[in-house]
Design a protein around this ligand. Structure first.
Ligand code: HEC
Length: 134
């Protein structure tokens, strides 16, 4: 094997490792749940915003009321679709959701709300009141 060939193999191997690493990271969960109901700070913030602005239509645990079950929705829609619906609202067969584009608190923390709902969607946190992990 020539030196160039060895260097190429090493480079290729690191490139593949990098790609594999990226895939694993993209698949990483955006939340951490400990002891069944303790959320990381960001997801806990998402929970509080969800409780204040979304729960009256989507239910305390996101299980659905006049609005659809978001734990189910998040198994189907992408994060981008979630962001888009929250910003612009949605009128469909179920009903009408107002847009949140003028609500700075919601707009700034769509990521956190998504993380919290993802924990619900994955069943990582059951139908219990979340606490903030110490
Ligand atoms: C006034 C009631 C109401 C409030 C408050 C509300 N929603 Fe909704 N939401 C709805 C309704 C109704 C729909 C279904 C629209 C349709 O498809 O017919 C919906 C749909 C959605 C969808 C799309 C689900 C899917 O499967 O496509 C998402 C995501 C969503 N809401 C997130 C939120 C979030 C996050 C909040 C809080 C910031 C929120 N909603 C607040 C009523 C509400």
């Amino acid at each position: 094997m020539s030196l160039i060939r060895v260097v190429n193999t090493v480079l290729l191997t690191s490139a593949l490792t990098l790609v594999a690493g990226t895939i694993v990271m993209a698949d990483d969960k955006p939340y951490t749940v400990t002891n069944g109901n303790e959320l990381d700070a960001a997801s806990y913030k998402g929970f509080k915003l969800f409780r204040n602005f979304c729960a009256r239509c989507h239910g305390t645990y996101g299980q659905g009321m006049v609005g659809p079950n978001l734990a189910d929705s998040l198994k189907v829609i992408t994060k981008e679709e979630f962001f888009h619906t929250v910003e612009h609202g949605k009128t469909g067969t179920i009903g009408m959701m107002p847009p949140w584009s003028t609500n700075k608190k919601v707009m700034k923390s769509r990521d956190e709300i998504y993380s919290y709902l993802k924990a619900r969607s994955d069943g990582a946190i059951g139908e219990v009141k979340p606490k903030k992990a110490k």
